[in-house]
Design a protein around this ligand. Sequence first.
Ligand code: UDP
Length: 403
Amino acid sequence: MRIAMVSEHASPLAVLGGVDAGGQNVHVAALARALAEAGHVVDVYTRRDDPDLPPDVPLCDGVRVRHLDAGPPTAVPKDDLLPYVPDMAHELVRLWGGADRPDVVHAHFWMSGLAALQAAAVVRVPVVQTFHALGSVKRRFQGVQDTSPPGRVEAEAMIGRNVDAVVATCSDEVSELARLGVPVGHVQVVPCGVDTDLFSPGPPRRPAARGRRLLTVGRLVERKGVDTILTALADVPGAELWVAGGPPWSQLHSDPEARRLVDLATRLGVVDRVRLLGSIPHDEVAALMRRADVVVATPWYEPFGIVPLEAAACGVPLVGSAVGGLLDTVRDGRTGVLVPPRDPVALASALRVLLGDAEAREQLGRAARRLACARYTWEHVAASTAEVYASLVGGARSEVVAG
Ligand code: UDP
């Protein structure tokens, strides 16, 4: 199949860890590569955010990243991109109207969905939508701090009802979509994946009887709940916390969330046990994880959460919040430990137990690696996604034949 992915704000070529560059970028890049390895041809359409970017950049054999002019060619926060959706749609029509017409379109995030639906109304191609995050959930948890443009929730409901299929990444999202009025029959669950070669346990090592090092990895935004880990740390004597994510290390001092976390750690008396590392290149994250005794992911909410899968693939046990995608990917007590979100007391207690029990850490890590390899390789995820595409492409063909 000739597949078009639309990922308006999240380029597969972006540096990760910034406020708007994380899981979606990884997902789009890895899914595109895995689909190409399976013999499909993939174009990823993203917004030009730098005047020097060439129109097309090859990502690997069979995958091109195509930069479209929509809004100023500079970094723009994703929540300010809505006015440029019609330009994006216009560019898509221009390209798809010619030799680059795809068999199927897969839009990532709601604004890409709007652009894809507008373009597909002109160039008739089936559209698949993955939301990555839902405005209704964001509004519930972030309240007045939610900077999404007005109308996001209604637009997402409209997109869900009008696309040919929605690919949700976890079961929790399916219930959320049903509440928005998206017909359940329209939705299929295909999780995100993990590169199990890059994220691997590495050479066997003998874990220290008493673990010390905790690691958390992610965009440095409040809802990732790093403050919960800092609060818990005060009750986990001897443990240290490494925090990967945010801007590059040299710019951390001017990052508001980094400053808030350092202030909090100082007030809690744990600042000498906390290291903010800044953004870490994606291909160095696995080595960092292997140096940790436990990976911690305690978001308030989590549409999927690739980091927990990456820890699993490295064979490092995870303590995470019992929310969103983690409810599917972490088997509580078997591949990791789930605690209620925003509950530092429960988190500290889970961490004390796990850091004090090398045997339990080993067992959880081994089982987590097995689960990641059995269920979450990108090859597996791409095959399930391609099945969704093929059902629509087949449908479109039979309509043509019947007509
Ligand atoms: N990541 C990275 N370097 C960083 C911070 C994050 O490579 O400094 C990657 C991380 O390894 C993961 C992704 O960004 O692949 C974050 O994805 P996740 O789904 O956990 O969170 P999201 O960004 O979607 O909220």
